[in-house]
Design a protein around this ligand. Structure first.
Ligand SMILES: Cc1ncc(COP(=O)(O)O)c(C=O)c1O
Length: 375
């Protein structure tokens, strides 16, 4: 039996709490990642990653050693043909980040945006009008679960519009993958990007793009705009050698094998249900304590909750954070410029019992500081 590792409850939006079995999966004999044995591990991971979104042998998961942003950068920089435009949907910090990446690689006139305030709900017909007006848009990029606010964007509806106009759909599923059921084909996601350290419950360090091999093959003639993050080159490297082009995060990949295995053993539906129940317990508890949520429940993904900071003289995010942190719970500040919020995620290897304990500690913080929130 391996020694249990101190369990911290991470309620930040990833890296998420992991099981000890995932942590210990990293403790393996040293291996050169160019060896066949490791290529087989890579293959196993890629197959598992594709399976999570109901893909099959027609799909590939192209992996990079990087955080999620690296995966987004690989995707955005590698797919838009010369002279074509990309439309970015922005209603949070991660939409803004996609736009920022696009502007680094493409001139201003090739990058369009549909931008609404953070927390606003995208109007699919307005997006459709932009596509109608610009018949040279080749790609549209949307964040699935906008982690800034907790909003579930209408990606399926946007994908339907995109398909009708022959526009390819790029989905930043970094904080939704393995936490919400995604069917890459049925949902109409042409490219999906995610990461190892959120709902799949692995370690930080691997980003991956999932798409059809047929689409990857078509990237051959697109000019290379970078070296490390070129999607086509990385795909060809995986296809021909079974390896990443450059040194992979070997131990993180071993942890990902274990995390994927635990996802399928738990079963996808039970993972989604566990997250959902934790979220329901969380929002009910928060509301009982008198906290107000940023978004109506109907537009939330149920994976992270944005809460308005109470306007009370004895309340501060820092003191609340420190009180909780000392007791093993990590919470996260907000990311919205003009509204004071904080965020609590309900992802990772935690459940509703942890959430109830967390709520008890939060209640204790309020009581200790004599903070009475009005309902
Ligand atoms: C939707 C979304 N996109 C992109 C990122 C960036 O990922 P990373 O911090 O791993 O670079 C995050 C991180 O939380 C995210 O939630």
């Amino acid at each position: 039996m391996q020694t249990p590792i101190k369990r911290n409850i991470l309620l930040n939006p990833g890296p998420a709490t992991t099981t000890d079995t995932v942590k210990y999966a990293q403790v393996v004999p040293d291996i050169c990642p160019r060896e066949k044995e490791f290529c087989e591990v890579m293959k196993k991971v890629a197959t598992g990653l594709v399976k999570v979104v109901h893909g099959d042998e027609r799909h590939e998961a192209v992996m990079f050693t990087s955080s999620g942003t690296g995966g987004v950068e690989a995707l955005i920089s590698s797919v838009v043909p010369v002279g074509k435009k990309i439309l970015v949907v922005i209603n949070g910090a991660y939409g803004d980040r996609i736009h920022k990446i696009a502007r680094i690689y493409y001139p201003e006139n090739q990058v369009l945006q549909y931008k609404i305030p953070y927390g606003g709900y995208p109007d699919v017909s307005a997006i459709q009008k932009i596509i109608q007006k610009n018949d040279d848009i080749s790609h549209i990029a949307v964040v699935h679960h906008e982690t800034t606010t907790g909003m579930l964007n209408p990606v399926r509806e946007i994908a339907r519009v995109a398909r009708a106009y022959g526009v390819l759909m790029i989905v930043d599923a970094i904080s939704s993958y393995a936490g919400i059921d995604i069917d890459i084909e049925k949902d109409g996601f042409d490219y999906l990007v995610s990461t190892s350290n959120k709902n799949i419950q692995g370690m930080a360090g691997i980003a991956f793009v999932i798409t059809a091999k047929e689409k990857l093959e078509k990237l051959k003639d697109i000019p290379k705009r970078n070296l490390y993050f070129n999607l086509y080159d990385q795909y060809i490297s995986q296809k021909k050698t079974g390896q990443m082009q450059f040194t992979p995060a070997v131990q993180v990949i071993y942890a990902l094998v274990q995390a994927l295995s635990e996802f399928f053993i738990e079963t996808p539906q039970k993972r989604f249900d566990r997250y959902r129940l934790s979220w329901e317990v969380l929002v009910e508890g928060l509301q009982k304590l008198g906290f107000k949520l940023l978004l109506p429940l109907s537009t939330q993904a149920g994976l992270i909750t944005s809460i308005l900071e109470p306007d009370h003289p004895r309340f501060s995010f820092e003191s609340m954070h420190d009180h909780l942190y000392e007791r093993g719970y990590t919470i996260y500040p907000g990311k919205i410029a003009d509204t004071h919020t904080f965020r609590i995620a309900n992802i990772g290897a935690i459940d509703q019992v942890d959430m109830r304990h967390f709520l008890a500690e939060l209640k204790q913080y309020l009581e200790t500081n004599q903070i009475h929130l009005t309902h």
